[in-house]
Design a protein around this ligand. Structure first.
Ligand code: KIV
Length: 283
């Protein structure tokens, strides 16, 4: 581990110091490098890659092999941030043993520092098993995209008092199971504050308001690279997609017009070698 790399202790300390944590997703080497250069604390190789990179309609079909492939690339670009590997659907849901084996694979084969998995109270024994095996775990409660269909779709969670109380219970159960932090997704802002105050580990929000201990966004949403669906809680800091399409169009036009490649983009050949070659071809 690089000396200056963000540690789990530093993540936990941030909450005590009331310093907001900054987390973002990345799925490949260039985005890992950029996240590192931007100075974020945590980089998540999320199974959201199923949607924003692979063009799937959800995260359910993402496999361990997909995750390992993408984690490896991101890790090569990230020197300072803590890299979180997301556990794909059914890689941890079947048993504590399966969960430990697969969490171990993400770390050993992928090279991530910690793993993340979705689920609250029901998954506390799984989390406890992985933590006991020596693998740090980040939890994920509120809207859990892998089981979104069971939750009624990609909708805000914790709308009424009972549902909100279940989310607080989930967060407490994860803390007791040993998570070092947790994601809280798509809940009313006041509930975000309540959950953050209910546990001692950092609560990193995505659509959970500003009174949590940090924020995470899917990079491809935040830079306007993925335009199929933009949740309410996303702020687009740039619109990169039209810029890329414009560049591709300009390239296409220049190739068709024969103005690209220009001499400055071409390699030259000594005159004598060229003449010799022409003769050799004629003979
Ligand atoms: O997979 C992912 O990118 C996530 C974020 C939405 C937190 O889980």
């Amino acid at each position: 581990m690089n000396q200056s790399q963000i540690t789990i202790q530093a993540i936990k300390q941030a909450k005590k110091d009331q310093r907001k944590l900054v987390m973002i997703t990345a799925y490949d080497y260039p985005f890992g490098l950029m996240a590192d250069e931007a100075g974020v604390d945590i980089v998540l190789v999320g199974d959201s890659l199923g949607m924003v990179v692979m063009g799937l309609d959800g995260t359910v079909k993402v496999t361990m092999e997909h995750m390992i492939h993408h984690i490896k690339a991101v890790v090569r670009g990230c020197k300072r941030p803590l890299v979180v590997g997301d556990m794909p659907f059914m890689s941890y849901n079947t048993s504590v043993r399966d969960a430990i084996i697969n969490a171990g694979r993400l770390m050993k084969e992928g090279g991530c520092d910690v793993v993340k998995l979705e689920g609250g109270t029901d998954f506390a024994p799984i989390v406890a098993g992985i933590v006991k095996a020596g693998i740090p775990v980040q939890g994920h409660v509120g809207l859990t995209p892998q089981t979104a269909s069971a939750l009624g779709g990609f909708k805000m969670q914790g709308k009424d008092a009972q549902a909100a109380k279940r989310i607080v219970d989930d967060a407490r159960a994860l803390e007791d199971a040993g998570v070092f932090s947790m994601i809280l997704e798509a809940v009313p802002a006041p509930l975000g504050k309540i959950v953050s105050e209910a546990v001692s580990v950092p609560v990193i929000g995505i659509g959970a308001g500003s009174d949590v201990d940090g924020q995470v966004l899917v990079t491809h949403d935040m830079i306007g690279l993925f335009d199929k669906f933009t949740p309410k809680f996303v702020k687009q800091y740039t619109q990169i997609r039209p810029t890329i399409i414009d560049a591709m169009k300009a390239y296409k036009e220049e190739v068709v017009k024969k103005s690209f490649p220009a001499p400055e983009h071409s390699f030259s050949m000594p005159e004598q070698a060229l003449e010799e070659l022409k003769k050799m071809i004629q003979d």
